[in-house]
Write a protein that binds this ligand. Structure first.
Ligand code: ADP
Length: 258
């Protein structure tokens, strides 16, 4: 069964200045433990798709399903990781990681131990009682990822989580996050502007048309020696071919958007 399905999904925003059709006829099926990236010109509805999957927005047409069940409100199966880590500066890393559990009234001993375990497993052992300002950008994002994983989501949505980082940190974190999410067997849906990142991290890349966004095409990414590692993926002989092919397609989309 599909983990996530969007069937004939449309989304119209209505506000004082009128209506904006952000998405129309989006059809998308995502398998359990699949990692997909959504690419497309600015404003084509990528973030809107994530909000629909999270249940923060409901479609104005069609249906969104998780595990075959229609999404009718915020889904507890879904976790989010955003461009800004949104860590609270006055809380320690451990307290930040516990935040979602506290909100859900699940901050018991067992969950505390689980969160400590995750923080330790992902390299933050020496930072449990430190404050966010004492950590590097990459470590902060790792802490934010642990906060997301603490809620044990089955689906993780990544909304450009690396775009505020310098290139070196970005590559390192890309590797870590992909490895962590594979290891934790999550289904991942990522929105990114970075084509190389999309190819390196994903099993499948989805291209949207300019607004109103719909699925234009998709590419199954099959790279020799990738084995879940974006770093290895970038070294694969087929990497450039995918890059060229998808780049050309995005160029066409951008021209159409002008
Ligand atoms: P992307 O993530 O691809 O940049 P978004 O999903 O953020 O695109 O937005 C899709 C379109 O919907 C854009 O044209 C944007 O201006 C519009 N939009 C997004 N959120 C709202 C909103 N709350 N009200 C009105 N229009 C919106």
């Amino acid at each position: 069964m599909n983990k996530v399905e969007l069937k004939d999904v449309g989304l119209k925003y209505v506000n004082k200045s009128g209506e904006i059709v952000a998405l129309s006829d989006v059809n998308l099926q995502i398998q359990p433990e699949e990692f997909i990236s959504i690419l497309g010109p600015s404003g084509c509805g990528k973030s809107t798709i994530l909000s629909l999957i999270a249940g923060m927005l409901l479609p104005t047409q069609g249906v969104v399903r998780i595990d075959g069940q229609e999404v009718k409100g915020v889904s507890l199966k879904v976790g989010y990781m955003l461009q800004h880590d949104h860590l609270f500066e006055w809380r320690t890393i451990r307290a930040n990681a516990m935040l979602g559990l506290e909100v859900r009234k699940k901050a018991d001993q067992q969950h505390r131990e689980f969160v400590d375990e995750l923080l330790i497993r992902y390299g933050l052992k020496d930072f449990l009682n430190k404050y966010p300002s004492e950590l590097s950008g990459g470590m902060r994002q790792r802490a934010a990822l642990v906060r997301t994983l603490a809620l044990e989501p089955e689906i993780v949505l990544l909304d450009e989580p690396f775009s505020a980082l310098d290139y070196q940190t970005r590559l390192a974190l890309e590797e870590e996050v992909a490895t962590i999410l594979k290891r934790e067997k999550k289904t991942v849906i990522q929105v990114t502007h970075d084509l190389a990142e999309a190819i390196a991290m994903s099993d499948r890349v989805i291209i949207l048309t300019p607004r109103s966004g719909t699925v234009k095409s998709e590419y199954l990414i099959d790279l020799t020696g990738k084995n879940g590692s974006p770093f290895a993926a970038r070294q694969a002989p087929e990497f450039r071919d995918y890059f060229k092919q998808i780049w050309n397609e995005l160029e066409v989309s951008h021209e159409a958007a002008m």
